[in-house]
Design a protein around this ligand. Structure first.
Ligand SMILES: [Zn+2]
Length: 340
């Protein structure tokens, strides 16, 4: 009896082992198939016709700049971030020069706390010391155009951008830029600056009034850029971006109007903006069309990647930028990306 029981038990154990083994084999086969399916899908994504088109545009023609200028707008028209990254990668492999753009927001005093969108003035100064020691040239719209035309060459390039038009720019930027011989792009939101009321002392997050923007623009090291009149919001739409199903003509008219008001406010203080900074980096093919036809020759997004610059005029548009968080230890972690 005892033996039979033992025999029965070991039989059941054996059966359980076989079942577990079979299940494991089935799982392994399923996982392998899953992997193959994922690989096949990835292969398909890589073979989209756009990729071939960009490839042909870059490698298959003699006149690179002209050819891409013709082809890239079609890719932008698809409003596809993936296309932009592919174009950038191909520019990199075709010998493009890296341009790392840093995005700052507010600058605060050294006794204030830092966060993702506020850096201490001493942090900003350290950043400038780093760029100076690494011999970076800090570009603006005009000087980037010169790099692209070949008029300026052989340097290491960075761009310092400051978004939203904080009063702290007027307080800190001119003297720092002068001290380190650097340039910066300051983007103004019309609706913020026009509603700003001067109080003494100025609160930490106050914006410049238009009189103050005019004063800041007197510093030759600062370029004033447009950051929309009234579209710096995620309510209703994502920044300037067209909404799902929105009437295209209505959208274009709305954006033209917003851009015209923002520009007029700057023209009133003798500033002709040439850089358009997309709030939250949100854009669409229609917005690029409107902004370009309004005369803007450079557009900035918030996609965090190094830009690779070739002799193609299209390199002026939809540039990626890295947010300089106050929590970040130093700037070299960003600039090291371009060295990889
Ligand atoms: Zn902004």
């Amino acid at each position: 009896m005892r033996q039979i029981t033992l025999y029965g038990k070991s039989n059941r154990r054996l059966a359980a082992k076989i079942i577990i083994s079979l299940l494991l084999i089935i799982l392994l086969i399923a996982a392998a198939f899953g992997g193959i399916i994922i690989l096949v899908k990835a292969e398909k994504v890589d073979k989209v016709e756009d990729y071939a088109m960009i490839n042909a545009a870059i490698y298959g023609v003699k006149d690179l700049a002209t050819e891409i200028a013709v082809k890239v707008p079609n890719l932008i028209a698809k409003n596809d971030y993936k296309n932009r990254i592919q174009i950038n990668q191909l520019r990199k492999s075709s010998g493009g020069v890296p341009l790392t753009i840093i995005m700052y927001h507010n600058i605060v005093a050294d006794n204030e706390r830092e966060n993702d969108y506020e850096v201490r003035v001493s942090t900003l100064e350290r950043d400038m010391q780093y760029l100076k020691s690494e011999a970076y040239t800090t570009l603006t719209t005009a000087s980037l155009a010169k790099v692209i035309s070949g008029e300026i060459h052989g340097g290491k390039y960075a761009m310092l951008t400051f978004d939203d038009g904080f009063y702290s720019y007027l307080k800190y930027l001119p003297s720092l830029l002068e001290k380190y011989e650097m340039n910066a792009v300051a983007s103004i939101v019309g609706g913020f600056s026009s509603k700003e009321v001067v109080k003494t002392p100025r609160p930490r997050c106050s914006y410049m009034t238009y009189d103050e923007v005019a004063k800041l623009s007197k510093c030759s090291r600062i370029e004033i850029a447009c950051h929309t009149e009234n579209l710096h919001t995620m309510k209703g739409r994502r920044g300037v971006r067209i909404k799902e199903g929105e009437n295209v003509e209505n959208y274009k008219n709305m954006l033209k109007k917003d851009t015209a008001i923002a520009e007029q406010r700057l023209l009133d203080i003798s500033i002709k903006p040439t850089c358009y900074t997309y709030p939250y980096g949100e854009y669409c093919s229609e917005s690029e069309e409107i902004v370009r036809s309004a005369g803007y020759t450079m557009t900035l997004t918030c996609y965090e990647h190094v830009n690779y610059i070739t002799l193609d005029p299209e390199c002026m548009y939809l540039l990626g930028r890295f947010n300089r968080s106050g929590k970040m230890h130093a700037l070299d972690s960003i600039f090291n990306i371009a060295k990889k």
